[in-house]
Design a binder for this molecule. Structure first.
Ligand SMILES: [Zn+2]
Length: 175
């Protein structure tokens, strides 16, 4: 993960949306969705959309169970929040996700005008917030969600992933 300053404001956010002191509570809900995703054989990544201190939508990764390459937790949570709120513009909402979003999900957060993105672990291979790309800070983007990395969740997020992959490997070798 690159450690360089960027044009956004990673550790400040509009206090009406989600304060850093809320991160633990909302990341828990995203983690819970990640666990549920693992239960149906999907890579255990979960997301939650928060508005006014309340979770309005939650979703886990469903790529395998839906056979849908775009069924990432963030996209599903954004769609659900838009449905619940009756509008596509989520400029008063924050996206919590256990793992740093990929390029598609970062793009979806921009399209939805999400105000803030909070992730619990970097993704060195595909993370498009700061690991392999810095899309939220790209000057050509028409909207710049603020973002922050909630490092206290990292250990639990990575444990969930590594347990999932080791179970997958065991199941495969048992075939
Ligand atoms: Zn994604």
């Amino acid at each position: 993960m690159k450690d360089r300053p960027h044009s956004g404001a990673p550790f400040a956010d509009p206090t009406s949306i989600a304060r850093p002191s809320d991160d633990e509570r909302f990341m828990r809900q995203a983690l819970e969705e990640g666990r549920l995703a693992g239960d149906h054989g999907d890579v255990p990544i979960g997301a939650a959309i928060v508005r006014d201190g309340t979770v309005v939508a939650r979703a886990g990764n469903r790529r395998e169970v839906d056979a849908d390459p775009t069924a990432h937790a963030e996209v599903l949570a954004i769609r659900e929040a838009a449905r619940v709120l009756g509008r596509w513009r989520l400029s008063d909402s924050a996206l919590y996700v256990t793992v740093e979003p990929c390029a598609m999900c970062t793009g979806a957060a921009v399209l939805a005008r999400v105000a803030l993105v909070v992730f619990g672990a970097p993704d060195e291979k595909a993370g498009a917030v700061r690991s392999v790309a810095e899309l939220l800070d790209a000057t050509w983007m028409n909207h710049h969600p603020r973002w922050r990395y909630y490092a206290p969740a990292r250990e639990e997020v990575e444990r969930l992933l590594s347990e999932f992959f080791s179970t997958q490997r065991k199941n495969r070798s048992a075939d």
